[in-house]
Design a protein around this ligand. Structure first.
Ligand code: SF4
Ligand code: SF4
Length: 323
């Protein structure tokens, strides 16, 4: 499965994918190709998907996602379920431009995610969803119940952000890693061991990382001691990783897009993809960026954060990274 989006590299990701497939002479039918649109107006999708297909030099995608539901500005968890979406999905399928429809969401707000999943399960036309899910969710009973609802409705679940920010503190990871698998493999295996997860979407930047993931996928079941190590690591580092739960934005008087900024900072620093982080950050309204934080004695966001994330110092760092 190859996952891209019209927005990645402003279309360049799709262009490079198309060129690579042509150069390698890969049999298109053997691939599952996924792309996404962030656009919320289904009337534009035919034109947008056509442009994506042209960039990738293919006739259809296997899966088309409505991208990033719950991102800054989204408030309706039923947005994937409107009559306009149904019509657009039927139209694009009839034209042979896509095989399956779904959505992706980075959102960690338990209530929003619950409603998103419930409406997907009752809607009948969402076939796959890609959601943030990693070993830090091991006690997240509410989300686990949401996964049950999706699975019962026959909706495939793709796990993303499976690393849980694991690379943010490599020194702190060492004591928790088993001899057979490194920390990245342990995180992938944890997600794949869950029978409700169809597959994981994992950024791989070189052949070594592809081999690592392939080895992890062949042996997803983890021993009790490996699981214990991973959970101890999750506990020891939980304040390093933003769970995107949105609690801080509810109280921020300046309406800073804190979880989005954390995510873009993670792309730039932990995933070593500064261009991706920078591009997303620039797409935020200037009033949502880290500079909008009023600073001073305000600490409302940190007081509201259930995961003890040091938000103010992370925002300070974001200002430096994205200056
Ligand atoms: S410290 Fe900044 S980001 Fe946090 S609540 Fe206050 S204004 Fe918002
Ligand atoms: S910083 Fe804390 S409160 Fe804000 S989204 Fe992340 S985990 Fe939630």
């Amino acid at each position: 499965m190859i996952d891209t989006a019209e927005g990645y590299g402003r279309g360049n990701s799709e262009i490079q994918l198309g060129k690579t497939l042509k150069e390698l002479g890969v049999d298109r039918k053997k691939l599952v190709i996924v792309t996404k649109t962030h656009n919320r107006d289904p009337k534009t999708w035919r034109e947008r998907l056509q442009a994506s297909l042209q960039r990738m030099q293919i006739d259809y995608v296997d899966l088309y996602y409505m991208h990033g539901l719950g991102d800054a500005g989204d408030s309706d968890p039923g947005v994937h379920n409107s009559e306009a979406v149904r019509e657009a999905v039927a139209d694009l399928k009839n034209r042979g431009m896509m095989k399956h429809f779904g959505f992706s969401s980075h959102c960690g707000s338990p209530d929003f995610m619950h409603d998103l999943c419930a409406k997907a399960a009752e809607g009948g036309h969402v076939e796959v969803c890609m959601l943030k899910y990693n070993f830090r969710d091991y006690q997240n009973e509410k989300f686990s119940a949401d996964l049950d609802v999706l699975t019962k409705a026959g909706i495939g679940v793709v796990a993303m952000k499976t690393q849980g920010g694991a690379s943010a503190a490599p020194d702190r990871v060492k004591p928790f890693i088993s001899e057979d698998f490194n920390q990245y493999q342990a995180a992938v295996r944890w997600a794949l061991a869950d029978q409700r997860i169809s597959t994981v979407c994992s950024a791989m930047r070189n052949v070594d990382q592809v081999k690592e993931n392939a080895a992890a996928a062949k042996s997803p079941m983890m021993s009790r001691s490996e699981l214990q190590s991973l959970y101890m690591y999750a506990l020891a580092t939980h304040g390093d990783f933003c769970q995107l739960c949105d609690e801080c934005t509810k109280v921020c008087p300046a309406h800073v897009a804190i979880p989005s900024i954390m995510r873009y900072q993670m792309y730039a620093e932990n995933y070593a993809m500064p261009e991706v982080g920078f591009e997303h950050y620039l797409a935020l309204e200037s009033t949502q960026r880290a500079n909008a934080c009023v600073g001073g004695t305000c600490d409302l966001c940190e007081a509201a954060c259930p995961y003890d994330v040091r938000i103010r110092s992370r925002l300070k760092r974001a200002r430096e990274v994205f200056a």
